[in-house]
Design a protein around this ligand. Structure first.
Ligand code: FEO
Length: 162
């Protein structure tokens, strides 16, 4: 059985992952409204990934003979002043999720639950990737600018995300 404290943190993480998906779906709509379909596509895929993360946590809880209780989702921010601001917010959010995974890992260590420590390894690696994706896009905006041809090329590239 999962230690109670760890079970609660894992359960909360399911909602945090859906919350991430909700934030990215709103970002998708921000871009869709401007006909920036490549960026909209990028955030639609990102939201799908977060859904998968939520299911991964939920599936793990069930495997450990627990169950999931979802909490309400917060209304995501809908107004942004620029494309760059959206990616800054996305990076900030991923950093928050990374901190959450570290908290989970610390609780798994503290409660000596080795199986959960192994389960969380995947998320630690995933978070390195997630932060790097957002940071790389911001770095490119910084180097090449975030309007005109540079914006157009970035749109094309991110529109190809699998
Ligand atoms: Fe599920 Fe983007 O972290």
């Amino acid at each position: 059985m999962l230690p109670k404290k760890l079970e609660k943190e894992l359960n909360d993480q399911v909602t945090y992952e859906y919350d991430s998906s909700w934030i990215y779906l709103q970002m998708e709509q921000y871009f869709a409204a401007q006909n920036l379909d490549g960026f909209a596509h990028f955030f639609a895929r990102q939201a799908e990934e977060e859904d998968k993360h939520a299911h991964k946590f939920a599936g793990y809880l069930v495997e450990r003979n627990s169950s999931v209780t979802l909490a309400a989702l917060r209304q995501p921010k809908a107004d942004y002043t620029s494309v760059v601001e959206v990616f800054e917010e996305a990076l900030k959010h991923e950093q928050f999720i990374t901190a959450r995974i570290h908290t989970l890992m610390n609780v798994a260590i503290e409660t000596k639950d080795e199986a959960t420590q192994v389960f969380l390894q995947w998320f630690l690696t995933e978070q390195v990737e997630e932060e790097d994706t957002m940071q790389t896009i911001l770095d490119r905006f910084q180097i090449f600018g975030s309007d005109g041809a540079s914006l157009y090329l970035m749109e094309q590239e991110l529109g190809k995300r699998e």
